[in-house]
Design a protein. Sequence first.
Length: 507
Amino acid sequence: MSNIRKKTIAIVGSGASGTACFLQIILKYIVEGKDSPLEIRLFEKRDTFGEGLAFGTGQEGHLLNTKAGLMGIFPHERLHFVQWMHQNRDMIARDFPQVSIHPDAYPPRMLFGRYVRTILEEYCAIAGAHGIVVHLCRSEVVDATIKRNNTLAIITEKGEKYTVDYAILATGNPASSTFHKLHKHPRFFDSPWPSSRILSTITNKQARVSIVGSSLTAIDALITLIDNGHTGPITFFSLSGLLPRVQPPVQVSYERKVFTLANVRKSIREKRKPLRLTDLIRMFRSEAESYLAQPIDWAAEERTGKDPLALLDQDIRLATGESCLLQNILYSLRDETYALWRLLPVDQKELFLRWMKPHFDINRHAIPIENGIKIGEVLRSGQLTVIGNTDDISWKNDRFLLKTADGIEKEADFVINASGPTVAVQKLIDQPLLPNLLKKGYIEEHPIGGILADLDTLRVETSSRKRPSPLYVIGHQLAGLQLDINSLWFNVEQADLLTGDLLKHIR
Ligand SMILES: Cc1cc2nc3c(=O)[nH]c(=O)nc-3n(C[C@H](O)[C@H](O)[C@H](O)COP(=O)(O)OP(=O)(O)OC[C@H]3O[C@@H](n4cnc5c(N)ncnc54)[C@H](O)[C@@H]3O)c2cc1C
């Protein structure tokens, strides 16, 4: 053992994705009986490891938007979080008395964060017992240099330098880069997190607050405000003006007969032409119509421009009653979506992102019914208004002015940008590392977002460098290549793939 050179792996970012990689490296090292000395450096710029931005919220009202039964941190053990909750039921009864332990429940994200943190601590101890050296480095990685021998010098914001053999980029969800000119404004928040920043700044509970966006991120910002006694008017300003749909308390299983991966592949084979987005839409519609044995008025399904409260009430009725067929079909596609996405050529992916994504997202990333009811209450009371078709914000006469394309104007004392994380590396405003790697040619941008990597290994790919990259990537930075990066279960399975390849290079 002593003759073999020690290998060092850096994991940059210790959110759920980075932690999932960490757990798999340790597990695989032990199970596969590796004997090269191994050192892992886990870097995290936040105060705590394991939770990340997604699950490090300090607000109990921020719920998981994926049912607990899909949230296991170990690949393919989707129920592991629920099992952990059962094992920790006394702690849960004490600290989260309202939580029911069930695969279909949507517990607070902070409880999930606690779960990931606990497992991380457990695996630090297991690593120690097997001779793996683990360093938890509480600092931001701001740059890296690939040396002649293909190792990496990792540089932190404190100026520390570490040489490692491989680095996993698990940097997660960056802030939005829109409304750049307002970023420095003291009443403009470039992201709804951390909630403490919003709460300590918006102390006037009657202030007028505009939230840019109307998706899950915007709902987080809304819940931060109303759960903490905000009574002033709140507006969602978004391009689509669409609210996420509501998840049923118990998910209904659906067996697809028409819209199957087999039929998609058969169609490609028979036509001998690349897949088109319209092929998928046709199959989706045909699936729904054949289930109902009658045609559907698809124009009537269009939600844009309709009263959000009426739609929300209808969704709550569907979620608690007969359930929504279209949502059931989409949820049943969970394990095949990525395979379908990989079959779409880039131009068709672009078309999907421009044309279909908002409609897909409101169905696929729907809200738990508890949040649906909460939003219904503030819409009904008139405290919340949803305004679509807008992206014009300016600061005039000591207040923000927000305008829509159809001439509506609203004033606000504060604006929270909840329009979602940016996918363009060049536009990142809060993460110097990736723009620095881009400048050096160590990573290349994918035309529709994130960076390029080999999808079978998640090893970074570039056209200019000849040697295999010492960099791997997981999560949000694969936005252009993978559709499901905002689902934990997907990232956890990708962590399995990534670490499987990386560990091949460790004896
Ligand atoms: C608010 C929110 C809620 C979500 N809720 C759900 C949900 O309920 N269910 C679900 O399945 N998915 C959810 N997601 C999707 C989520 O992104 C994925 O589940 C993902 O796996 C989360 O983990 P992550 O580690 O990729 O990202 P993040 O949670 O963003 O973590 C990345 C971490 O990297 C750190 N970091 C970044 N750059 C550096 C650097 N240069 N140096 C050091 N540290 C760095 C950050 O501080 C952060 O802690 C949510 C996402 C968000 C943003």
